[in-house]
Design a protein around this ligand. Sequence first.
Ligand code: ZN
Length: 189
Amino acid sequence: MTVYARSDVSGVSIPPELGGCGEHHRRPVKDGTPLKLFALACPPCERALAGNPQWSAHRWEIPLTPDEEREAEALERQSERLLQQERNEAARERSRQIAALNNGGGQDDEEVVVVGGQAPAPLPESGGDPAPPSSGQDQTSLQLAAEDDAVDLSTLTINQLRVKAREAGVGQGGSKKDLIERIRKASGS
Ligand SMILES: [Zn+2]
């Protein structure tokens, strides 16, 4: 077993009458700098230091000096503030996105209001707009695709072309080009 010293402990010496070995154990020093970790492996001294607030049996539970505790608290408060700022910023960003979505949908769906000459009331928390803008766009593009069949066959996938070929009552095999040719002939264009 090993015990670990608080960072302000530079050494420890426990006399035998107190259960220690009587030797002086010093914090290791490297290049003139005391090392951050002072691990003591001396069974009698470890036993004598059990329960001492400046020592810990676990490397990840080394007690903090009063200075370190103040610093840790300050850091914790600061990270709490930073977290809160990030949360606020994320919430603002979400509101902006929702507002942008609502505005976008509003311009598509509420031209009547503009024609009427009235400034549309801003609805920042508009949760009750029943028109889902995406489905409207889908329908529009489907209609466009249907109307522009003759022109836009080349933009369809081969699977879509096979469906059209089946609908037109012509063969569904061959390349994209074959399919387009067959469908065009079948539709008379
Ligand atoms: Zn010792």
